[in-house]
Design a protein around this ligand. Sequence first.
Ligand SMILES: Cc1ncc(COP(=O)(O)O)c(C=O)c1O
Length: 423
Amino acid sequence: MESSRITFDKWSSLAASRMGTMKRSAVRDLFAAASRSDIISLSGGMPDIKKLPLDMISRMAANTLLTEGVGALQYGGTDGRIQCRRIIAKLMEDINVQADPAEILLTCGAQQALDLIAKAFVNPGDIVITEGPTYIGALQAFSAYEPRFLCVPFDDEGIRTDLLEVELKKLGKKGAKFIYTIPNFQNPGGVTMSLERRKRLLELSHEYEVPIIEDDPYGRLRFEGDDVPALRSMDPDVIYLGTVSKVFAPGLRTGWILAPKPIIAKVNLAKQGADLCSSALNQVMVEHYFMDTPWRETLATLVATYKERRDAMLDALEEYFPPEATWTEPQGGFFVWVTLPRYVDTSKMLSVALENGVTYVPGAGCYPDKDGFNSMRIAFCYEEPERIREAIRRLAATINERLALYRAFIAADALPETKEVQR
Ligand SMILES: Cc1ncc(COP(=O)(O)O)c(C=O)c1O
């Protein structure tokens, strides 16, 4: 049994200084609470793997070992199995990316790709540009290498390239190490970068000689509207990160980096020290899943499921949330980003929400500093529509309690103006 005793850390003075800059993930912290059956979790970005055809996958897994033999149990090359890299290159043809398998390195999820890139490129004090808010896991991975973060806000069309340009101008050429972006159904924002913005972002990357990292776990999870070309399909200098986590299974921990060969060589070196190579057995599973199963049909079922849940969430927000709240309307992916009046601190409100039986990710976790305190990420990927509706009802009640408290204590004429509701 796990002990609940708090242990005094007698070695704390020995910890590396980077431990002080590393950020905790609110999502990880909420994991235990989120698994309680009385709590509805809108916090985790977990794919609904219950919808995967488990019988078929089990048969495939058994055959995998029979057909591949002990090779699947051996160490492999650091870049990953060539068979797997070829299949991934083939998959990327769907998004008009022509990839040479020699420019692909397999990683333990896209998460490891983020860590290895930072390990290979970031010195303490370097500037790293991200969208603000951005993916918590990226902040965690990068922060271990002690950069200075510069967050550029987004709107409905993705990153504000006009504001980015202002910053790049100030920094000058090669003034930042890289620009990290999640152009499709951004985590946590849910927004997708327009074609115009993508083109402008590429221009700025060349003008200021700052490379772009395009992180694309959600691109295939579109519910409506047209696909927007991947940055990498328009520019071979872009470092592209992919993963099977959201289209197949995160438990296989298989992601990849597609990048020019000199970058792959550096990342390869960084990976040698991290884990020598990714699991060959998992790679073989990935190969067989994408070669031998009707994965496109399975994915279409999953996407339809997520769309139904997104609709349930947006409908419930409309019905229950106060007019002071605004939120994004994603065309795919897993997340909605909610902004509340500035007098609501969503980190402080979380314990009350938990008591009311619902969790979310406080917005402050998605920024490197104290920004975003009045916002939250709510995920529609995991719960059934009825539970999502109930969760939004509980959350609205929690928020309304805060608003009522504020109104009771502060004279009405001192209330900050509410922004126009963007629906
Ligand atoms: C934007 C983004 N990048 C990377 C990851 C990590 O994915 P993986 O499971 O492949 O490590 C996630 C996971 O949620 C994500 O949302």
